[in-house]
Structures are given as structure tokens and as C-alpha cells.
Design a protein around this ligand. Structure first.
Ligand SMILES: NC(=O)c1ccc[n+]([C@@H]2O[C@H](COP(=O)([O-])OP(=O)(O)OC[C@H]3O[C@@H](n4cnc5c(N)ncnc54)[C@H](OP(=O)(O)O)[C@@H]3O)[C@@H](O)[C@H]2O)c1
Length: 321
């Protein structure tokens, strides 16, 4: 039985509970959020102890903490969790920038505790099946990725638009595109970006292209255009389309150079976070401190890519000035 505590009881924490509820041998023990009414309503819905502060949560009978606050506080809560001897699953983007992540990773290693960023698409059944299919029916080494997402119906007061909370298109959405490019093309070598800013001082729409050991990507992320996208991954023997919305993947088409077309359908269940939670629990049971799928190096590369794209468009957060 993996016993969880949750820090931050907002939108994604509810989806986490949908996933957790679908899994055996794991349960919520305690929760804490800054606003008492938020945590009280949360435990009323899902059970568990409503903690008065983060220290009470970290002292409760839990194995792991799911950090579901906004990026400005991910590092501080991760470090507090390690100090209390708890393993950490932390929402994306894992920290504000790479230097902050390096501090977190050093402490995770020193504490010998499991730390993983919640990069959900990597664990979806479609994504896993796609990789498995390609292992016996390959398109050759991927050399190009084209993907993006722009979500135009987010409420104006959403923290995604907050400069102080490290919001913006690159941080909130671009991190998924970063994952896809690195996962298929390998180590990051270069980033170019152009972006436009909104009234709150974060990027509302950014296009960015990257160079990797294995090839090139062209990516976009934003909040002021309706552009929920698919993803294209091209190799010498064929190309893959992961149909929209590619970051919640359920369907893919592989078009081969020899004329064949292969369709993959793998609907996801329970909101989709269940797959990363199950992976994390398996790692815990095996005594691992790092995921082979969302490794520490993968998290480093993802936030490094976003750091470099932010530098290109001139977006620095308050702590970076
Ligand atoms: N994996 C995914 O599919 C996915 C999807 C959406 C978002 N996310 C990520 O999940 C994270 C949270 O996003 P969200 O949409 O759930 O945001 P949200 O709805 O605003 O929820 C955040 C929650 O954390 C609490 N909180 C914020 N700052 C805090 C702090 N310093 N200390 C304690 N509690 C704090 C909030 O405050 P109160 O207690 O005051 O209410 C709220 O309950 C972000 O990093 C986002 O990128 C992931």
C-alpha cells in the first residue's frame, strides 16, 4: 500500500484523485492547501486528513507527496518533503528553472528518495503501445518533430497568466512539447524562439524550434489562439501522427514509406494520471530513486529547453532578476 499526501488541492489534484481512485494498493492519507476551505472541501470529497500546515502533512503517515501547487513553490515543497524523508512526485514544470532543479535533484540523491516529474503523456497506453509497435515495425531514427498546443479558453484570472507564479505559454504548455522533442530526438543542442507577451507579463504565444542530437523540432505553445494540436514525428521510413490532443494521446497513425498505414487506438481511463501514479508506485516498491522514463536527466533537459526559449523571448521571472 502506497500512502500519499497532497500539497495543493486545486484542479490537477482532483484529477490525481480520479487516477488514484482507479488503482489498487494506494490511497490518500492527508492533504494540505494554503486556503483551509480548499483542503476541507478536498478531504470531504476524497477522505483523508485535512492538515493545518505543511509540517503536519509531512509528519503524517505517508510514503510519498504529490506536489500540485504552482511552479513557484515546487522546489521549496520538494526540499521540505526530502527533509521529512518522503518521496516526491512533482507536477510539471518541475521548477522555475534549471539551477533550481539542480538543487532539488542533488537533495533527492543525497536523501536517497524517489523524485519524479509528473510528465503524463509518457505513461499513456497509446504512447507505450506506439513505442512497442515501432520496436518491431520501425520508421528509422526520428529526425523531425512538429507539435504544439494553444488553449484559448482559459479564464483570465487563471494562474497560468501569473508572472509572479511563473506562468505563461512556455512554462505551462511548452514543457509538454519539450518532452516530446527530447524523447524522440535526444539531447538538446540549440533553441530558437519568438514570442508575444500579454498584459500580465508572461508569454501568450511562443513558437520555438530546437536542435537535438537526432534532429530538429518546430513547436508552439500559447493561450490566445485555438490551436489544440496533433504531433508529427518523422523518420526515414515513415512518419507518425499522434492525433490531437497529443499530450492526452489516444490515437496515432503511422504512415510508412512503403505505402502501409497503421492505426493505433488506445483510449485512456480515469483522467490519465493513473498511469504515471502506477509507475511511481512500482518504482517505490522496487526501491528505485529515479524513473527510467522521466529520468532526472529528462527533467533537466526539459526545463533547460524552456529556460533557453524564455531567454530568447526575454522572459525572466521575479526570482531571476
Ligand atoms: N499534468 C497535467 O495534466 C496538468 C494539468 C494542469 C496543470 N498541471 C500542473 O499542476 C500544477 C497546478 O495546476 P492547477 O491547474 O491544479 O492549479 P490550481 O487549480 O491553481 O491549483 C493549485 C492549488 O495549489 C494551492 N497553492 C498554490 N500555491 C500554493 C502554495 N505556495 N502553498 C500551498 N498551496 C498552494 C492553491 O491554493 P489554495 O489552497 O489557496 O486554493 C490551489 O489549491 C501546475 O504546476 C500545473 O502546470 C498539470
Amino acid at each position: 500500500m502506497t500512502k500519499w499526501g497532497i500539497i495543493g488541492c486545486g484542479r490537477i489534484a482532483h484529477r490525481f484523485m480520479q487516477g488514484l481512485g482507479s488503482l489498487p494498493d494506494t490511497r490518500l492519507v492527508s492533504a494540505w492547501s494554503r486556503t483551509p476551505s480548499t483542503v476541507n472541501a478536498f478531504v470531504e470529497q476524497y477522505g483523508g486528513i485535512a492538515c493545518a500546515d505543511v509540517d503536519e502533512l509531512l509528519a503524517s503517515d505517508i510514503d510519498a507527496v504529490y506536489i500540485a501547487t504552482l511552479p513557484d513553490s515546487h522546489a521549496a515543497y520538494s526540499l521540505a518533503a526530502f527533509k521529512a524523508g518522503k518521496h516526491v512526485l512533482c507536477e510539471k514544470p518541475v521548477t522555475i528553472n534549471l539551477p533550481e532543479l539542480e538543487i532539488v535533484l542533488a537533495e533527492a540523491k543525497r536523501s536517497n528518495l524517489l523524485f519524479m516529474e509528473g510528465m503524463k503523456p509518457a505513461f499513456y497506453p497509446l504512447y507505450t503501445r506506439l513505442k512497442e509497435h515501432l520496436s518491431h515495425d520501425p520508421i528509422g531514427p526520428a529526425g523531425y518533430v512538429r507539435a504544439g498546443s494553444s488553449v484559448a479558453d482559459v479564464a483570465a484570472d487563471h494562474p497560468n497568466f501569473s508572472y509572479e507564479l511563473a506562468g505563461g505559454g512556455l512554462m505551462q504548455i511548452g514543457i509538454y512539447e519539450a518532452f516530446l522533442a527530447i524523447d524522440w530526438l535526444g539531447n538538446l543542442e540549440d533553441v530558437q524562439a519568438m514570442g508575444r507577451f500579454g498584459q500580465t507579463g508572461v508569454d501568450m504565444f511562443t513558437i520555438f524550434q530546437t536542435k537535438h542530437a537526432g534532429g530538429f523540432s518546430q513547436l508552439y505553445a500559447g493561450f490566445d489562439l485555438h490551436g489544440k494540436g496533433d504531433a508529427l514525428i518523422a523518420g526515414p521510413l515513415g512518419h507518425i501522427t499522434i492525433h490531437k490532443n497529443w499530450w492526452n494521446p489516444a490515437r496515432a497513425t503511422i504512415d510508412y514509406l512503403d505505402g502501409r498505414s497503421v492505426e493505433l487506438h488506445e483510449p485512456f481511463a480515469a483522467g490519465g494520471l493513473n498511469y504515471e501514479i502506477a509507475h511511481f508506485c512500482e518504482l517505490l516498491k522496487a526501491g528505485e530513486i529515479e524513473s527510467p522514463i522521466i529520468s532526472h536527466q529528462m527533467s533537466r533537459q526539459m526545463i533547460d529547453l524552456i529556460d533557453r526559449a524564455r531567454a530568447e523571448i526575454g522572459l525572466k521571472f521575479p526570482a531571476e532578476k
